[in-house]
Design a protein around this ligand. Structure first.
Ligand code: CA
Length: 233
């Protein structure tokens, strides 16, 4: 398990003022910090040494944060916390869609940012000792963090993995929105249903023969979701 105190955080931000503020505070918290002012340098940094978490500003010159998010997800499953000055929910949900694990709007509280980073690092560490979990057609393979169903295998991000673990571990039971949000993201997220919607859509893309007509991960309107071990009509 990664000790949060020795974890390395990559800050991707073109504005020096913000970068310095973040760096100073992360160093004070005992993190190691690497920095990048643009997408190219961010990718180089990740190739050089994979960080334990990435703080990514979505407003960057040249390659924008959305493109970068997608590129990063092709090469790493390190948790990504996206930052934006724009408070447009569509943008932020788009960032989650492209593989960010969490997001915050500027100006943000440093204490909250630190709390969210701790949660992200906690969520992504300590998977190695887990046993394979399965229910019916669906298996979770921990060392490679893959979701296997029939002949298909999909690598999951840390957040997708935790959510899928919760579903597989409670196969056939209704799990409420509040339970899932509290368990995976933390109690302060229990009403943030959009996180869950985005992630359920991602999981369905891996699980379902036709994601538009789910037969495994079924919505219980107004309540939550239920994962079935076999296709459920
Ligand atoms: Ca920026």
């Amino acid at each position: 398990m990664t000790d949060a105190r020795s974890a390395t955080i990559l800050i991707v931000e073109d504005e020096e003022k913000y970068r310095r503020l973040l760096k100073t505070n992360l160093l004070l918290e005992g993190y190691q910090v690497t920095e990048a002012g643009n997408g190219h340098d961010a990718l180089q940094a990740v190739y050089g040494r994979e960080p334990d978490a990435i703080v990514l500003d979505l407003r960057l010159p040249e390659m924008d944060g959305f493109q970068l998010c997608r590129r990063l997800r092709q090469i790493t499953s390190t948790p990504i916390l996206a930052l934006t000055a724009l408070n447009t929910e569509a943008d932020l949900i788009h960032a989650l869609d492209l593989g960010a694990d969490d997001y915050m709007t500027k100006p943000f509280s440093l204490q909250e940012l630190l709390a969210r980073l701790r949660a992200l690092i906690r969520r992504s560490s300590g998977d190695a000792a887990e046993a394979t979990l399965s229910c019916g057609d669906i298996s979770l393979v921990p060392d490679v963090r893959e979701l296997a169903i029939r002949d298909a295998r999909n690598r999951l991000t840390p957040t997708e993995w935790k959510l899928m673990q919760e579903f597989v571990g409670n196969c056939g039971k209704v799990l409420t929105h509040e339970h899932l949000l509290t368990k995976i993201w933390g109690p302060e997220y229990r009403t943030d249903h959009e996180y869950l919607r985005v992630y359920v859509r991602k999981l369905r893309a891996c699980l379902e023969p036709n994601p538009r007509r789910p037969v495994y991960l079924i919505t219980q309107a107004g309540i939550g979701y239920i994962l079935y071990p076999k296709p459920h009509a």
